[in-house]
Design a protein around this ligand. Sequence first.
Ligand code: AQP
Length: 338
Amino acid sequence: MEQPTNRVFSGVQPTGNLHLGNYLGAIRHFVGLQETHECIYCVVDMHAITVWQDPAELARNTREVAAAYIAAGVNPDTQIIFNQSKVSAHAELTWVLNCVARIGWLNRMTQFKEKAGKNRENASVGLYSYPILMAADILAYRATHVPVGDDQKQHLELARDVAQKFNNDFGDNGGADFFPLPEPLIMGPATRVMSLRDGTKKMSKSDPSAMSRITLTDTPDDIAKKIRKAKTDPEPLPSELEGLKDRPEADNLVGIYASLAGISKEDVLKEHGGAAFSAFKPALAELANEKLSPITTEMARLMDDPAHIDAVLKNGAERASAIATPVLAEVKKIVGFI
Ligand code: AQP
């Protein structure tokens, strides 16, 4: 079986409140990679239900993530856009990999600890085994590169461990080097966008405060207001990177600016060093609106035609399935299923 050298796989959960962190940490990079790689972009609805989702909302949010991919610039004709539950190889491969991965590996996953919190006994089994489904997502396509935000680094390392153990365990039955070890692509100056209300917490869909995040459905007024009210310290911006140390909120806003402008944080400070936040925040709001408005507008246009999005997802699923089905057939053979 031929192994591709430049196949990208990534996904976003349709859990609502798609935000600037999802965009700058992941979706934006999806666009650039299609120039050089064969890309498979998934709306990971099976991951979403690891915590309760209202069924009607889940369907809507699934279309919204697909709309965000397309509006950001992913071409659904040349690349694959689909939703996970349409390709059964993800679930089937998960079972095999569940039996390869070790409980001790999952016990180390910090995202499960954070999301389950104190109520661990009551978390779903799916939330616990989430990283195995993620490994299956990637390995079902024998993907080589995975663009993600910094928070997914640990899950990617686990996917590599699972791939390596499968290759070792079944090395004598055609498994040696069967799965490539997927490389994380954690790119740009905003790999971990922080909450606008607390620079020590990741910007997240589930934060109860809407003021903590900029979403891809916010209006220009919402964005300006959220940036104006973003928590900051009283000092002006420094002129050197060193000066952002121990200033998480300032560091975050500078990182967001750099990422939106496509420049480095050093360059932002060269331009805005010495400025008070009362001057920097309006500049950031203007830039954010300039970059996000076209996406927001296009997303809204696409969401007005759900049948078109559904057709894109169906077509993508057929193409995804054509890649994953032979991989799964080979896995079954390697494992000894007849
Ligand atoms: N704050 C962030 N900064 C940079 N990248 C981020 N990503 C998420 N948050 C940030 C990246 O976005 C991609 C899709 O994430 P996801 O939807 O699969 O899941 P998530 O990490 O659970 O998203 P949230 O917003 O953090 O949701 P909750 O509130 O449920 O915890 C991934 O590549 C991720 O790294």
